[in-house]
Design a binder for this molecule. Structure first.
Ligand SMILES: C[S@@+](CC[C@H](N)C(=O)[O-])C[C@H]1O[C@@H](n2cnc3c(N)ncnc32)[C@H](O)[C@@H]1O
Length: 200
């Protein structure tokens, strides 16, 4: 299983936002939407072995997790408004810590980074943190069979979050020599792992 975790520090946590203003009043929800598409879409197909976890930390109800499950996902199209609309529906749900299904393949619950990372550790998932000073992914991508790739939004990752990530023994990797948009990192990770699978 290939998993992605993207942290949206300002991403709104209620469905009360306009699909016309996702970069503005929705707190850079556009980044989360593009990462979701980059993680899941192939040309005319979907990656069924991918899960995307969006950690939304904005107002009015910080710390919600939306999970897109490639295997059971329906009604998602590659454009930003499509993922935005599924996120909106998920955020309209009343939630607690128990995950509930919003639409086919989209799940939502309340929760934070530490809790989520503990779950990855429990299921023995390799934890990989994308940061511009890590080890080259090309040197170690072969070891990433069941892995979760963590990245920040336009503001990166806070010191406190980095501490939580480092406490679970994350491997720090770069996907290239310069700082890229989060969604481009997702595409490059998929590509690196695809190349390994295809050459095997
Ligand atoms: C737009 S960047 C954030 C830039 C922000 N100014 C910073 O210093 O963290 C968004 C995220 O993409 C990831 N990222 C960007 N370029 C990368 C690279 N070349 N290698 C690994 N991760 C990268 C990091 O996880 C970063 O948090």
């Amino acid at each position: 299983m290939r998993e992605f975790l993207i942290i949206g520090h300002k991403a709104l946590t209620s469905g009360n936002f306009s699909l016309n203003d996702m970069p503005g009043s929705a707190g850079r929800m556009d980044i989360l939407c593009r990462c979701t598409s980059a993680a899941l879409f192939l040309s005319h197909d979907m990656r069924r072995d991918v899960q995307v976890h969006l950690l939304l930390l904005g107002e009015p109800d910080p710390q919600k997790i939306i999970r897109f499950d490639g295997e059971s996902l329906r009604y998602l199209y590659p454009d930003e408004r499509s993922s935005g609309s599924l996120i909106k529906k998920a955020l309209d749900k009343e939630v607690g810590e128990q995950e509930i299904r919003s639409t086919p393949g989209v799940w939502v619950r309340r929760g934070g980074l530490a809790m989520l990372l503990d779950e990855f550790v429990e299921k023995r998932c390799k934890i990989v943190y994308l940061r511009e000073d890590g080890e080259d992914i090309r040197n170690i991508a072969g070891t990433f069979n069941d892995a979760v790739f963590i990245m920040g939004d336009h503001n990166g990752v806070t010191k406190e979050e980095e501490e939580i990530i480092s406490n679970v023994g994350a491997t720090v990797v770069i996907v290239g020599p310069i700082s890229l948009l989060s969604e481009h990192c997702v595409t490059l990770i998929n590509n690196e792992l695809d190349r390994i699978i295809i050459s095997e």
